[in-house]
Design a protein around this ligand. Structure first.
Ligand code: AMP
Ligand code: MG
Length: 412
């Protein structure tokens, strides 16, 4: 049986995953989406030289001797156009963002002045030409590409898109994702509590992981460990871009997902990954669907989602950065490890004088969902490690946040 490293399995997944087609969405509904086209500026900004301060537009040559008293010839507010030219000995009162009048070559901020007689102001500081003037086009120049295809729409990007008057934007479509849980032991959310059953947490935890990436998945429900029933559910799931199946991927006699999914024409790419938790994780494809078989154990399911599914979903949505951000941290205790599989240890992080301290959330059984609920991140113990000493510097994959990175950030 072939065991792939996490990195090799991720590569196999990403080789089979591509950007989806594009659609036009309202700017107001586009946060987190990815631009499908380059966006150009449609004007110079600022449209002319403007003041960066509330103060006075002056001729810098008039300030060779300080203090200097200048005549105020007009008052220019933001939105006004100047009417007169500033000549020797003159200035104009000007507000931030208002156009600098002809003749003036600098702005003095109001703090460097004091009132003189009516219509006159005393200037207490000399300035160089260009002082506190924002030049025409310094923010953006008409015709320049200001955002490139592949840019994620963040609040800052939204501001730029609004600036260039894009009420609608062309973005990559989000994948349609189906989630199916399997197992005779499972109790649905609406079922009465039965002490002999296991509540179906995976459908909901996976749903939340998908939602955290900006996608609203469909829950297909719970399929029993019965080949005919499983076939119906899986067939439905294969109508989606991505099908996530929890449970039944192991090698138990009632683990029917593999034979049934293969009978439906899914070409399997792998079944086993050398990782802990989570090694019975599977990936396969049809012409239109990417299938992930996730382990039933709740922690394994979530960890496998982060390593394999999340990067795939992000690639489909057009993102260039596919992987969760990693940081380095100081391990506050030792960790035992047998070489063989890469291990993802749930940790909390605390800020300390120089960086972060990582501490295990406690018992790490793959069914212990509380270890995941408490975790800030996953500490990656490389497959070849023979254990980590207290105070060693470790890599931790952060579990939340919207900032992603170009590569996994860890070595196995
Ligand atoms: P399996 O991978 O199907 O062998 O499942 C392994 C174990 O994971 C099962 O014995 C259950 O305890 C648990 N499990 C499977 N599916 C779920 C689910 N949807 N929600 C919570 N726990 C599950
Ligand atoms: Mg099962």
């Amino acid at each position: 049986m072939e065991y792939l490293s996490v990195t090799n399995a991720q590569q196999r997944v990403l080789e089979c995953v591509h950007k989806l087609d594009t659609e036009s969405v309202e700017l107001a509904r586009s946060i987190g989406r990815v631009l499908a086209d380059d966006v150009r500026a449609n004007r110079d900004l600022p449209p002319y030289d403007v003041s960066a301060m509330d103060g006075y537009a002056v001729r810098s040559a008039d300030l060779a001797k300080i203090p200097a008293v200048l005549e105020i010839i007009e008052d220019i507010k933001a939105g006004d156009l100047p009417r007169s030219t500033v000549r020797a000995g003159q200035c104009a009162r000007i507000m931030t963002g208002a156009p600098v009048p002809q003749g003036a070559d600098a702005v003095i901020r109001v703090e460097d002045t004091q009132a003189s007689t009516e219509n006159r102001v005393q200037i207490n500081a000399a300035v160089k030409p260009g002082n506190d003037i924002r030049l025409q086009g310094e923010g953006m120049r008409n015709g320049d590409v200001v955002l490139t295809a592949g840019t994620e729409i963040t609040p800052g990007v939204t501001g730029v898109l609004a600036t260039v008057k894009r009420a609608r934007v062309q973005v990559y479509r989000r994948p349609r994702v189906a989630i199916l849980s399997t197992g005779n032991e499972l109790e649905g959310m609406d079922d009465p509590v039965d002490p002999d059953k296991i509540p179906n947490s995976n459908s909901y935890a996976l749903m939340a992981q998908v939602q955290a990436l900006g996608i609203e998945p469909d829950l297909l429900g719970i399929a029993r460990d019965d080949p005919a029933e499983l076939k119906d559910y899986l067939q439905r799931g294969l109508g989606f871009d991505v099908l996530l199946v929890s449970g039944g991927t192991s090698v138990g006699v009632h683990d029917y997902v593999r034979p049934v999914i293969e009978s439906l024409g899914v070409q399997m790419k792998f079944w086993r990954v050398a990782m802990k938790p989570g090694h019975p994780v599977a990936f396969g494809i049809t012409a239109h669907t990417r299938f992930f078989g996730l382990p039933g154990n709740p922690v394994s399911s979530m960890v496998c989602f982060e390593q394999f599914v999340a990067p795939a979903l992000r690639r489909m949505m057009g993102h260039q950065r596919l992987f969760r951000r990693t940081i380095t941290a100081r391990l506050t205790h030792s960790i035992k490890h047998q070489p063989g599989r890469s291990e993802f240890v749930r940790v909390t992080l605390a800020k300390e004088a120089s960086g972060y301290a990582a501490t295990s959330t406690g018992a790490q059984g793959s069914g212990m969902l509380l270890s995941m609920a408490r975790a800030d991140g996953l500490l990656v113990v490389p497959a070849g490690s023979t254990g980590l000493a207290a105070d060693s510097i470790v890599t931790v994959q952060l579990l939340d946040g919207t900032v992603f990175q170009d590569d996994t950030g860890f070595r196995e």
